[in-house]
Design a binder for this molecule. Structure first.
Ligand SMILES: Nc1ncnc2c1ncn2[C@@H]1O[C@H](COP(=O)(O)OP(=O)(O)OP(=O)(O)O)[C@@H](O)[C@H]1O
Ligand SMILES: [Mg+2]
Ligand SMILES: [Mg+2]
Length: 301
């Protein structure tokens, strides 16, 4: 098959591994810089152009859209869908997963376990907002945070109020969450492809750190999932409409709770921790499922 990986950087581990795995399975794999693509959206012959030329028809694309280019990236994926390319993650699902509030609303509506969470922009009653998630200790997060930056543990109600006020002063959207203490500074990354968790790792925060992010000094090890954890990860991926994603779970005393679903999960950490050829499994899935115009929305959403 002719397959394109949409990625800003050929040299990234995930991009390199996907290209290598696809080629090893006999596919033609091109890496295309998402931001360099442009398109004529008014023509009745939808096409994607690059460097003065129309791109050939790809059987499938693998979008690796970083958070900073969500908006344009989704438009490029949508255009590929309109040309008939199968996208492992469709544009609508990518956009949906980028909106944390919308994601959590969708997951909660379908009964997926979540940490008790409140969203706010200008809460007129901060005390109530905090009380609603069970009071202190609680976690306050910047909606647009990443790599653990902007995630703060407030030990007391007074601190929680102060943090909320500080973030509000910066005009930031925030999320306030019940602190899952029993998770012990660890979370579980489930890498889902299709309707299976193909690899899972436990990330443990550094000593005295409640955030498990590898960027904050956490370490990753192989983990065995319970049936319930597997089912939760697969259900969350399915609700989000993502065929390839990373579902982050906390082990709470009332069972697995989903923290977030990532539509461009990295391969380096998970392949290193589990020694699994996750990239190969991605192509196996594409081989089975790619059909022209197979997206559920065909770019209509
Ligand atoms: N409600 C919570 N209870 C316990 N620990 C939490 C909670 N929320 C977050 N954490 C810990 O903090 C870490 C960072 O939080 P989170 O994943 O929400 O933000 P982020 O990593 O900055 O965002 P992203 O994963 O999108 O980069 C988590 O991996 C987890 O270990
Ligand atoms: Mg997060
Ligand atoms: Mg995270």
């Amino acid at each position: 098959m002719k397959i394109a990986i949409l990625s800003r950087n050929k040299k990234l581990y995930s991009t390199r591994r996907l290209k290598e795995a696809g080629e090893a399975r006999g596919h033609q794999v091109d890496v295309i810089d998402t931001l360099h693509c442009y398109m004529d959206i008014t023509s009745n012959h939808p096409a994607v152009r690059l460097k003065g030329q129309e791109l050939p028809a790809y059987d499938a694309i693998i979008p690796r859209i970083g958070a900073s280019i969500s908006f344009y990236g989704a438009a490029v994926v949508r255009q590929f869908e309109m040309t008939g390319s199968y996208s492992i993650n469709e544009s609508v699902a990518i956009s949906r997963s980028r909106d944390k509030l919308r994601s959590m609303q969708l997951l909660s509506r379908k009964g997926i376990g979540l940490p008790r969470t409140g969203f706010a922009n200008r809460p007129d009653n901060i005390k109530d907002l905090i009380k609603n998630v069970g009071g202190a200790p609680c976690v306050v997060k910047l909606l647009e945070g990443t790599q653990g930056i902007g995630v703060v543990l407030a030990e007391t109600t007074k601190t929680a109020e102060a943090i909320v006020e500080a973030f509000m002063g910066l005009q930031a959207n925030i999320l306030i969450q019940e602190f899952i203490k029993e998770a012990g500074g660890a979370d579980i990354r489930c890498f889902v492809v299709g309707d299976k968790v193909v690899a899972a790792m436990k990330r443990q925060g550094a000593e005295g750190e409640f955030r498990s992010n590898l960027h904050r000094g956490g370490t990753a090890v192989l983990v065995k999932l319970s049936k319930e954890e597997r089912a939760t990860a697969v259900a969350a991926a399915n609700i989000m409409g993502l065929n390839m994603c990373g579902v982050d779970i906390l082990r709470s005393s009332r069972g697995p709770v989903v923290m977030e679903v990532n539509s461009s999960p990295g391969l380096e950490g998970i392949e290193t921790a589990t020694k699994k050829d996750v990239a190969d499994l991605v192509f196996q899935f594409i081989e089975k499922n790619a059909k022209p115009y197979r997206t559920r929305t065909q770019g209509k959403g």
